[in-house]
Structure formats: C-alpha cells, structure tokens
Design a protein around this ligand. Structure first.
Ligand SMILES: [Zn+2]
Ligand SMILES: [Zn+2]
Length: 535
C-alpha cells in the first residue's frame, strides 16, 4: 500500500492521507491547512490531490483541519462517498457552511482591496454552494459497525474520545492474500474529558498513524483547570471586568459551558455574572450535542438522567446576531464571554479582544491549542501588543492558558494509549504535530516500546508492506521550495553597484529629495544590519 501525506505532516493542520492499493485510491481525512501564510497557501494547490481520482473519503471527525477541504474536492471533481459517523455528519453540515462563509467574506475583503488598486476580483477557496454539494455524499456508519468500501478492505470506526462523533479508524487490508491492519488514530482525546467517553483501546496494528499534537507536553489535571477558570472569574469579577474565552465552537465551547455549570453548582460562578455564548456556530453545535446523549460519557448521562442540563445554567445567554454581539461590548460590569475562533484568527472574538485586552482587570482565558503564527499564540507567548483591524492593542489583561481542557491526549496519555497495543513489531508513523514535539515523542516511543517510528514530511510518499521496512520518497522541492540565496545576494550587490555609479546624480538632486533618499537608504541599511546580526 502506498500512502501520500497531503498535510498534518510535521504540522498540526491539513490532515489528509491518500492511500493507494490494487487500483483503489482513497483518503483518510480532508483537512484544511491553517496557520502562517506559507502553510495556508497549500489549500490552493488542489490539483495535487487529484480529486477526481479519489474513490472515497473516511473522515475521522468534524474539525476543519480534518474536513475543511471536502467542499473544494467536490468543486474540483470528487464524486465518491464520504464515510463518517452520524454526529460528525451533523457537525460537518454546520461547520462546512461556516467555513465557506469565512472563505466568501475573506474573498470579498481581498476583492475590495484589489479592485481599488485596479486588480481583479479575488475568488473564494469555495462557496456555501460547494459546501452543500458535499452533504448528499455522506454515508453514515456508527461506531463498531464494520463495512467494506471494496472487496479486500474492511473499515471500522471506534470512539476516539476527542469530540462528539470522533473516530479512530481501523482498516483491514488484504493484499496478495495477506491481511494487514492499519490504524489511523485521528485526534485522540484526553481521558476524563468532559462530555465524551475515553478513547477506545485498540489491541493490534501493523501500522499506526499516530497524532502527536502534545508529543512533548503533559496537561495539568482537570481539577486544576477548573480551579484556574474559577480564579480568572474571581479576578475579573472583583474588578468588575470581563472574562474573555476564545474557544473553538465545537466541543470546547460545550466543555467550557459544562465547566461553568460545574462551577455554578459549586457556588464559584457569581450569580450576577452573565455568561454569553457569542457564536452562532457554537449555539448550533450545542443543539447537536443534545441530540446524541448515547455518545456522552457516564457522568454526563447521570446528570441528564436527573433531568438536568449540563449545557445550560440560568445566566447563560445566546447571542445570535451581530447586533447582540456588539451589545456585549457596551455592557458595563463583569461577564463571561465565550466566542470563536479559538486561535483568535477570525470571527467575533477579535472584537471582544480589541475591547478588553488593554483593560487591567480583564482576563483572557485560552482553553485550546494555539498554532504557530496565530494571534492567540502571540498573546500566549507574551506579546506586549497585538494587531486587530489595523489597530495596535496593548496587552494588559491577565492571560490564562488552561491546557487541562485540551481535547487532545497529553504526552503521557498518548503513551498510555499506545500501551494497549499488544504487538510491539508495529510501525508507528507520527502525524499531526509540530516537528519538535514529534521528535521528543518518537524518542520516547523507541525507548519505551521499541517500535519503529517514522516522521514523514509534507507530500512525502511511503510504501508500507507487511514485514518489510517502510520505504519513503521525499519531495523536498515541492514541500519546502528552495530559496535561491546566491541569486538574491548577487541581485542585491548589483543594485548596490548601480547606485554607486549614480552618486553624481544623487548629489545633483534637490537637498530635500536627497534627505528623503538618504533616510530610505538608512532604513534598508538598518534592516540589513539586523539580518547580519541574526545570522
Ligand atoms: Zn480535532
Ligand atoms: Zn486535529
């Protein structure tokens, strides 16, 4: 079997792995690339997926970094089936539309800018119409309901304990008479996570594609996280300011509400502190969660059986419209505001941060992973100021990072989960993690379990054969285009010598013009000095 890594290879986003065997070509996940510009540009490179040649997709879960390019694939000619669980389908229907809406809005912004400069209109990556075209392709499979997309391949979804409906995917593949088992971990949940069950224990795999988001870190425990949330609330309540919680709309927002419900049961959420869920997507997602009590863990079901609703509390208010959202900023006094996006890159949260980041006494509580290059990551890393809507905002609010809410297993939890596998001759392929974290985890796995571990790169191809070593074909040129330093530096030198040749011309200019050119050259000079100092 051949695997091609279309994303989530030495990065966290863009999960998509194209598998080829015996004339069949299918993929696990279809995620969007998110983060810094260079990475996001990969989304536009849809040809390399050859969507019309993909027979079907198996989708692990509804997060956009695992599913967000489905509409693009359909737009570019994919016509096959999309297998997933019922809750994932329900969540995808709202999330893909939301993602398309973001694409459309971004394209509108870009268009305005370009048209003003006499350029062409910008096209969205995909539209809401493209997103809707995905819906009829869904084929629903519950956990532990194995199915055969083609003769020789059996597939089973198991609970990944990550978000509602998320799966670990087991594949049994028959090639030339021998059967091998391949497991895709998807995103593995944190045990004891609120709402969802613990990740299913898998006993065997010949090859395991393992996520490694927190490969180099452990989480604080959840009671500590609940205490930290209570602390942020007490801190800002005493100062009559707001607690701002950037949150992913799906799962995390519901967990935050659940946590606030627990705090209010404990008397640790002041009654005069309204809680706003300011995200239409999170509101819709909360309704979908209510449809699937059978996917919830035992503590949640116990609360439900008592006739209570852990996704609600008396002071919880939904804010649907933009006007309702803006009204929150006008409001005096303490409040908790949960809004998306989780990494503060887009959406309503940016308005709340602009209104509150500079306030001493306000708190910003990060409850999820912050990818490199995002505004959220900058704040967490201690930036003194951040930019919102072309305005530099100073950071004076108290910043909390509560990673005990993570929907990902931490390092020791990944190792515990691996401990359930009973065969140690399995090959582990680390995906969905930043390279530094992956190297740490790889070393630990080799030492503790003695398994063979590989860390593939973007667009790499790999051949997996039972009992044989993993064969890799790298695509360095395509994955990380080479920078032609020789050309760059020579070009710079040529410009310098041209400028030297024009010294007399410079001297003949008006004095004020000379001063202006001098200042521009001093700017360039300063930049160059910095680059020299850094290298
Ligand atoms: Zn996920
Ligand atoms: Zn993920």
């Amino acid at each position: 079997m051949k695997v091609k890594f279309m994303g989530a290879a030495r990065t966290v986003t863009g999960s998509c792995f194209i598998l080829e065997t015996q004339g069949h070509r299918f993929a696990v996940d279809c995620g969007m690339h998110q983060g810094m510009g260079e990475i996001e540009n990969r989304n536009w490179d849809s040809d390399i997926y050859e969507p019309e040649r993909i027979d079907f997709f198996l989708i692990t879960h509804a997060h956009i970094d695992h599913s967000g390019l489905l509409p693009l694939m359909v737009k570019r000619g994919f016509r096959g089936k999309v297998y997933t669980t019922p809750p994932t389908r329900d969540l995808l229907e709202i999330m893909l539309l939301d993602s398309a809406h973001i694409q459309e809005t971004e394209a509108q912004w870009k268009s305005k800018k370009r048209l003003r400069r006499g350029g062409n209109r910008a096209q969205p990556l995909y539209t809401q119409e493209d997103a809707r075209a995905v819906f009829p392709l869904f084929v629903l499979k519950k956990y532990n309901q194995p199915f055969e997309p083609f003769a020789g391949l059996r597939v089973n979804f198991q609970d990944a304990g990550h978000i509602l409906g998320a799966s670990v995917i087991e594949l049994w593949l028959k090639e030339e008479g021998t059967e091998s088992k391949i497991v895709f971990s998807g995103d593995i949940g944190r045990p004891a996570q609120l709402l969802v069950k613990d990740p299913s224990e898998i006993r065997r795999a010949d090859a395991l594609f393992l996520e490694s988001t927190y490969g180099d870190r452990n989480h604080k425990d959840e009671t500590q996280s609940l205490n930290e949330l209570a602390e942020a609330i007490a801190f800002s309540h005493a100062r009559r300011e707001k607690v701002i919680i950037p949150s992913f709309a799906v799962e995390r927002a519901q967990e935050v509400i659940y946590s606030l419900y627990l705090l209010s049961q404990d008397g640790r959420l002041p009654g005069d502190m309204p809680v706003y869920l300011d995200s239409p997507l999170a509101i819709q997602a909360t309704e979908i969660f209510r449809r699937y009590p059978e996917y919830m863990d035992e503590p949640t079901r116990k609360i439900l059986r008592k006739g209570e609703d852990p996704l609600s509390m008396p002071q919880l208010q939904y804010s649907q419209t933009a006007r309702e959202s803006m009204a929150i900023n006008e409001l005096e006094g303490p409040a908790v505001v949960i809004s998306a996006s989780g990494m503060a890159e887009s959406g309503r949260i940016r308005h709340h941060l602009r209104h509150n980041l500079w306030r001493e006494g306000a708190s910003v509580v990060f409850v999820g992973f912050q990818a490199l290059g995002t505004t959220g990551r900058k704040i967490v890393d201690g930036a003194k100021t951040v930019r919102f809507f072309n305005e530099e905002i100073v950071v004076r609010a108290k910043i909390y990072t509560i990673n005990g809410f993570s929907a990902h297993a931490g390092q020791s939890q990944i190792l515990d989960w691996l401990g359930h596998f009973q065969n140690r001759d399995m090959k582990i392929i680390l995906i969905h993690g930043e390279y530094k974290a992956q190297q740490v985890l790889a070393e630990l796995i080799r030492k503790r379990l003695g398994c063979e571990v590989t860390i593939p790169d973007y667009l790499e191809e790999m051949t997996l054969e039972l009992g044989k070593e993993v064969r890799r074909v790298e695509f360095p040129e395509k994955a990380a285009p080479r920078i032609d330093w020789a050309f760059l530096l020579q070009d710079l030198e040529e410009k310098m010598s041209q400028l030297r040749g024009r010294k007399a011309r410079l001297e003949s200019r008006e004095w004020t013009e000379q001063v202006e050119i001098r200042d521009r050259i001093l700017d360039v000079n300063r930049d160059l000095a910095e680059i020299v100092a850094e290298t």
